[in-house]
Design a binder for this molecule. Structure first.
Ligand SMILES: [Zn+2]
Length: 474
């Protein structure tokens, strides 16, 4: 493991002298076969250097990025021109991030209704629209946004930083089980698709190992035989799927030899799920926090103390129910401004998740903003009769620890009525139902009506994600 020596002695002098990594980053030596790879390499180095800068310097660089974005959005995007005028926000004279708070929070509905008023009338030089992003339709209301060559570059630089933090070496082999687009037919077969590299621009930047991918729609047995054949070093999937896989692996006495790290994406990773995966596979779980609208938001701290925000990609605020900043340590809504997207600027967007900032400096030495945990999507909530919201982690724990249940999903149809879909095991009984009702009523604090529907399996949402609590009540 030569890592640092290689970098210091080599030509990559942009890394600071006190720079320290827990992994071997020699794989990120670029071969410079293209301008794109060179640019990605420079940007990645910049991110890896920035995380060690003084807090004030990180903030002042971020303010520079923000000013530039606001100036552009004011001149090119009608919705923001209007909002900035109303908020009397002047990017040129703004002195701190606090002034940004005069702008209203952008909701998901705002995004859905204003695609053309958010879309920039003209792009900056060297910026090209490369595609249209649509978030999963899991809550039935997709959002459309444009992506660019720059957002892709930032995504990939954050991806590499995430791999460096996780100690993941892309020269090794990777297995991925997630949703793949319909065009990618091979991933949707029962043998999956197999490639020589990890794909994307990473392959243009450095050598990557073999990859094995399978669509999430394949059943448990098919996924297991795919993984046993793949014998990969890394496995990436949704936490809910990893949980089902690891239970089957434990029940059947299987093991996945060679597995080194399991990466959880796309859903909240509950602590009991993390523990279960780590115990069964005897490897660490790496968690990261991204969303389609803004790309990388945060990745787990390599020192294992919460999550660090990718502050070069997003400016993140934690707000209370009145959209005022929370006191540090208080949980609140995650609101982000995407700093790299100039085609569809996203300014103060309510992502729909909750988190808590940890104000103390991180023992790992990185000065990037730190989050305690991602504490639940809006969908992972129960709406109480008086309008208050309760997070559902506790109830997820209750259900996870209950015997007799293979899988479950709770749908809140009305404020006082829940339906519980259950895939039962042989010993599921009336006693289980009674216990669930008692636990739910005690935690929620009112006599909620609970009905049970026993089903052979529970389908995923159209986007491939699995939501254990869905709130349809208003
Ligand atoms: Zn840290």
């Amino acid at each position: 493991m030569n890592g640092l020596g290689h970098i210091r002695d080599g030509k990559h002098r942009s890394l600071p002298a006190d720079f320290e990594l827990r992994c071997t980053p020699d794989y990120i030596s670029p071969t410079f076969p293209s301008g794109l790879a060179a640019t990605l390499w420079v940007l990645t180095n910049e991110l890896l250097a920035n995380e060690w800068r003084e807090r004030g310097e990180i903030e002042s660089r971020q303010l520079g990025q923000l000013r530039s974005l606001l100036r552009f959005a004011r001149d090119r995007c009608p919705l923001y021109a209007e909002r900035m005028r109303a908020a009397r926000l002047d990017p040129e004279s703004m002195s701190g991030l606090a002034e940004l708070r005069r702008m209203p929070v952008l909701t998901r509905t705002d995004l859905q209704d204003n695609f053309d008023r958010i879309r920039a009338s003209q792009l900056p030089p060297h910026t090209d629209v490369t595609g249209e992003l649509a978030t999963s339709g899991s809550i039935g209301a997709p959002v459309r946004l444009l992506s660019t060559n720059i957002t892709t570059l930032m995504w990939e630089a954050c991806n590499i930083r995430d791999m460096v933090w996780a100690g993941i070496d892309p020269r090794r082999s990777l297995a991925v089980i997630r949703r793949f687009p319909e065009q990618f037919q091979q991933a949707r077969t029962d043998t999956g698709a197999h490639g020589d590299g990890w794909g994307g621009n990473l392959d243009k930047c450095f050598a990557t190992g073999p990859s094995h991918v399978m669509d999430i729609s394949q059943d448990l047995d098919t996924q297991l035989s795919f993984l046993l054949n793949a014998r990969s070093d890394y496995l990436l999937s949704y936490p809910s799927n990893l949980d089902i896989l690891r239970r089957a692996v434990a029940e059947r006495g299987l093991n996945l030899p060679g597995l080194k790290v399991v990466t959880a994406v796309g859903e909240v990773l509950f602590e009991h799920v993390r523990r279960g995966i780590e115990t069964t596979f005897n490897v660490p779980v790496w968690d990261l926090y991204t969303c389609v609208e803004t790309g990388y938001i945060a990745s787990q701290c390599p020192g294992g103390t919460g999550y660090h925000v990718h502050e070069e990609n997003v400016l993140l605020e934690i707000l209370d129910e009145n959209n005022e900043p929370c006191e540090p340590g208080q949980p609140g809504k995650v609101v982000v401004t995407a700093l790299a997207n100039y085609a569809s600027p996203i300014i103060r967007y309510d992502v729909g998740d909750y988190s808590t900032e940890v104000p103390e400096p991180c023992p790992c030495g990185r000065r990037l903003m730190r989050l305690k945990e991602i504490i639940g999507r809006q969908r992972g909530q129960v709406l109480l009769p008086d309008g208050r919201i309760k997070f559902t982690q506790h109830l997820s724990h209750v259900m996870a620890e209950m015997t007799g249940i293979r899988q479950f999903k709770v749908i809140q149809h009305e404020r006082d009525r829940l339906e519980m879909l259950i895939v039962p095991m042989d010993d599921f009984s009336e006693n289980h139902k009674q216990k669930i009702i008692e636990e739910f009523r005690e935690y929620l604090g009112f006599p909620v009506e609970i009905s049970f529907t026993l089903v052979p399996r529970i389908e995923r949402a159209p986007g491939g994600k699995y939501l254990d609590f869905v709130c349809k009540a208003t």
